[in-house]
Write a protein that binds this ligand. Structure first.
Ligand SMILES: [Zn+2]
Length: 266
């Protein structure tokens, strides 16, 4: 079966218009973690491509704009427009183009991406070098490698989420102890406003309950991250079988699969 561009392209790509500021193009690329933007005109037709290299090539002038004001054909990125830096009328491909043909084109023309267009010239996607490499990698993987990779990617994502949650919980706990500290300091202060004291009391009480829960969650997250660091996160500590990711997400501190946890309870 021949791989087609449409199977590997990014559909609905981020785009920009020719009259937009070059620095906005740079901002869009950084924000979306991409290196190319198709430039679209009226009716969504592709009129150009701007790459991070185009923007970089214009950058030196930003530092010395006064001295090189006379330079022809180069624009200071701070005030430049996308249309001044982009590649005009770029090479495009169709969604039905064989992927190998598209990859050949990119290599031959030494370009990093190909806008994918329909018959009227409207943009439907973009194929980047990264997409082509991903496709190549996929054909080289054995089924076993592919399965292992899919698993480890999910697990990596979970570890990232757990680590982010740990940061948030730790921050919340610092806020709670701030509330507590305020409450315990009040008695020494004069004069005492009793309505304010009552409000603080309630705040401190509910903070106490959440604090207990947060401390427990934090301990669980720490145990999970410790096990992740030694590659044991998804292994049941009793039977060695895999623990489902959904269970790890809900109960990060848990080191047992459901069957072993039930056996322990029963
Ligand atoms: Zn088990």
């Amino acid at each position: 079966m021949v791989a087609l561009v449409k199977e590997w392209m990014s559909a609905d790509p981020v785009t920009i218009e020719a009259q937009a500021m070059a620095r906005d193009a740079l901002e869009l690329m950084v924000e979306h973690g991409i290196r190319h933007l198709p430039v679209v005109g009226s009716l969504g037709r592709v009129v150009g491509v701007i790459s991070i290299d185009d923007l970089r090539a214009a950058l030196p002038l930003a530092a010395a704009s006064g001295a090189s004001a006379g330079t022809v054909g180069r624009v200071e990125i701070g005030s430049g427009r996308v249309g001044e830096l982009m590649t005009f009328a770029p090479q495009t491909v169709r969604a039905e183009t064989p992927l190998a043909e598209a990859a050949d084109l990119m290599a031959e023309l030494r370009i990093g991406c190909l806008p994918v267009v329909e018959s009227q010239g409207g943009l439907v996607g973009i194929l980047s070098e990264t997409d082509a490499l991903r496709a190549l990698a996929a054909t080289l993987w054995t089924d076993e490698v592919r399965a292992r990779r899919a698993r480890s990617t999910d697990l990596d994502a979970l570890v990232v989420r757990l680590r982010a949650e740990r940061e948030r919980v730790a921050r919340e706990l610092r806020d709670y102890s701030e509330v507590e500290r305020r409450f315990t300091m009040h008695p020494q202060e004069e004069p005492v406003d009793f309505s304010e004291r009552a409000a603080d009391r309630t705040e401190a009480d509910s903070a106490g309950i959440f604090q207990d829960l947060a401390v427990r969650r934090l301990e669980g997250l720490d145990r999970a991250l410790e096990r992740a660091a030694t590659g044991r996160l998804a292994r049941c500590e009793s039977c060695g079988r895999r623990i489902p990711l959904s269970r790890l997400q809900a109960l990060p501190g848990n080191a047992l699969c459901i069957a072993c946890a039930r056996a322990l309870e029963g």
